[in-house]
Write a protein that binds this ligand. Structure first.
Ligand code: E4P
Length: 216
């Protein structure tokens, strides 16, 4: 399973990039607006220059025509951009049109197997299933991820499944077990993934033991 970073924060992206395990970044309009700038293009271009992998960038308009047009503009900002199109009927039509023109789409805001399946049939490169938001609504988001992974494998669909809306490290464990191709995780969760108290205790003990013998 690949790890994408789910943020538009440049410092977090730079920090995470140093770890050498980030394969891409997903953003959305809420995440960009949290950074306090209305210069969408500048933020996106900076992210694209830091991480060479796929950078998902959402359209900011509604309607098939408007989304398709804006998606083409956004995808011209950098070669590694993947355009995020919402899982609506307009979004489906836009995704099909963009896929025909070889523009990569992340079919986003998916909450069901049906939405993900239609996105894949339309030619989306990725579908994003929002696990945390489904859990919040009383469903089991990760079960839907597993179903999508199984169905895509059964029908040999090339579309990759992103487990999105990740809230805690257990979501990452479950996403990996469910066979998600990618989990897109907030920086805080990424840091939690590497953390283990027994590792910290072990490092302290090893260094302490070594210092004792080396001082004799
Ligand atoms: C995914 O691409 C989205 O940016 C993100 O995972 C949404 O997560 P949230 O439900 O925490 O807003």
């Amino acid at each position: 399973m690949q790890i994408f970073l789910d943020t538009a924060n440049i410092d977090q992206i730079r920090q995470a990039a140093k770890l050498g395990i980030i394969s891409g970044v997903t953003t959305n309009p809420s995440l960009v607006s949290k950074e306090g700038t209305a210069d969408y293009e500048a933020v996106v271009k900076e992210i694209c220059s830091i991480i060479p992998g796929p950078i998902s960038v959402e359209v900011l308009v509604e309607g098939t025509q408007a989304m398709t047009q804006q998606a083409k503009l956004i995808s011209s900002w950098a070669p590694n951009i993947v355009v995020k199109i919402p899982a609506t009927s307009d979004g489906l039509e836009a995704t099909s049109a963009l896929a025909r023109e070889k523009i990569k789409v992340n079919f986003t805001l998916c909450f069901s197997l049906n939405q993900a399946l239609l996105g894949a049939l339309a030619g989306a490169t990725y579908v994003s299933l929002f696990v945390g938001r489904l859990d919040d609504a009383g469903h089991n988001g990760m079960e839907v991820v597993k179903d999508i992974v199984d169905v895509f494998a059964h029908y040999q669909l090339a579309t990759q499944v992103i487990a999105a809306s990740i809230r805690h490290p257990q979501h990452c464990v479950a996403a990996a077990k469910a066979g998600a191709h990618i989990a897109t995780v907030p920086y805080k969760v990424l840091m939690q993934m590497i953390q283990h108290p027994l590792t910290d205790v072990g490092v302290t003990r090893f260094l302490g033991d070594w210092q004792r013998i080396s001082k004799q």
